[in-house]
Write a protein that binds this ligand. Structure first.
Ligand code: ADP
Length: 169
């Protein structure tokens, strides 16, 4: 698998699947979630509501992932995953790693070959960027899949630098 880092807006990524840092309600929020729903249009929210009405009436648990259509985005699918809220007292790294693992599993099941990830949990959920980058890259690198390219789309230069520092050269 090729691992690619770019700085930019994930809603513009021309990939098969875009990963969304959602919350468990799947009804949209701020940050990357808000941007994906705004740009992707109502089809994504309708598909999320369908998931809530059928398979996940209590919301999507932290660390899991589900796919929907991508509406007006260039991607074919959005994979919604719920990152853990950063905790100084509890080690929630396995849950953050699970977001990446489960997203790759869902992407594989869809037949996606290229997948774009944001820095899950590293925004409103408060995870320190350096640690979020380490967990993201380690997990994606060590998870077996048929994905050809995992692209991390980092919103700002600081996030991009944090990820670059954890990429083996
Ligand atoms: P969380 O609630 O999981 O922390 P956020 O959306 O608040 O999710 O933040 C996750 C990361 O996504 C942050 O680093 C934030 O800067 C970044 N981000 C926000 N908007 C976009 C976007 N359009 N494309 C890529 N990354 C984004």
């Amino acid at each position: 698998m090729d691992i690619v880092l770019v700085q930019g807006d994930i809603t513009e990524a021309r990939v098969d699947a875009v990963v969304n840092a959602a919350n468990s309600s799947l009804l949209g929020g701020g940050g990357v979630d808000g941007a994906i729903h705004r740009k992707g249009g109502p089809a994504i929210l309708a598909a999320c509501r369908e998931i809530l009405a059928t398979t996940h009436p209590e919301g999507l648990p932290t660390g899991q992932a589900v796919a929907t259509v991508a509406g007006d985005l260039p991607a074919r699918w959005v994979i919604h995953t719920v990152g853990p809220v950063w905790s100084a007292s509890e080690d929630l790294a396995p849950l953050l790693a699970s977001c990446y693992r489960e997203s790759l599993r869902v992407a594989d099941a869809l037949g996606a070959r290229t997948v774009a990830f944001p820095a899950v949990s590293a925004g409103v959920y408060g995870w320190p960027m350096d640690d979020a980058a380490r967990i993201a890259l380690t997990t994606v690198r060590t998870t077996p899949s048929r994905i050809a390219e995992a692209r991390f789309v980092l919103f700002d230069p600081e996030a991009h630098a944090a990820f670059r520092a954890h990429l083996p050269r």
